[in-house]
Design a binder for this molecule. Structure first.
Ligand code: HEC
Length: 174
């Protein structure tokens, strides 16, 4: 079989266009080729300052000034709830994909029998994103890397639920 000679350059440039489209794509969930913004560390000082301010206002009382959590955070309280864990990268916060971290911060853990209150009426999604950006700016590089891999494996609630074989409950009433 003989190839038409003029076809080859055409295929070459089409591949180039596709390659550059995927390089510039950063629209989050839009396509398989794009890199979601949250998989890069935020360096925008405004976002980080906002995150720090909100953390100090709403989170510091339980999670600590150095984001160290409660001392015995692995030991359940007498009522069966867990104490506030560290958010400094030393615990398992990296084991929650981005959508789930945002969900936890905005809606708390009461729907799952946990003691963290809901901030639904206080914090917007952008507020939660700023807090996460600030928290993650303190995580060791290898923890942030591990988190990006975890996030890629469970990019949506549906993916997570399928992998875990259980529903993710956000509100006490389901
Ligand atoms: C009244 C205390 C309290 C406050 C205030 C609080 N938390 Fe929590 N937080 C907890 C507890 C308790 C847990 C553990 C919940 C569970 O899994 O049972 C938790 C869990 C978390 C987790 C999951 C961590 C992990 O490793 O699984 C994140 C993320 C988190 N909190 C972020 C925040 C942020 C951000 C704020 C401020 C907007 C905040 N928390 C305010 C008590 C609190």
């Amino acid at each position: 079989m003989r190839r038409h000679p003029s076809l080859t350059p055409w295929i070459g440039s089409a591949a180039l266009i596709l390659a550059s489209a995927s390089l510039t794509g950063c629209d989050g969930f839009g396509g398989a080729s794009g890199t979601p913004d949250h998989l890069e560390r935020t360096t925008d000082p405004e976002v980080l300052q906002r995150g720090e301010r909100l953390y100090q206002q709403h989170c510091i009382a339980c999670h600590g000034a150095q984001r160290e959590g409660a001392e015995d955070w692995r030991q359940r309280n007498p009522d069966g709830t867990l104490p506030p864990p560290p958010l400094d990268g030393s615990a398992h916060t990296w084991h929650h994909p981005y959508w789930q971290l945002k969900d936890m911060i905005r809606f708390g853990a009461e729907a799952r029998g946990g003691a963290m209150p809901s901030f639904e009426d206080t914090l917007s999604e952008a507020d939660a994103e700023a807090i996460i950006a600030w928290l993650q700016s303190h995580w060791p590089d290898e923890i942030f890397e591990a988190w990006t891999r975890y996030d890629r494996n469970h990019p949506t609630q549906a993916d997570w639920e399928e992998a875990m074989g259980e529903p993710w409950v956000t509100h006490p009433d389901g």
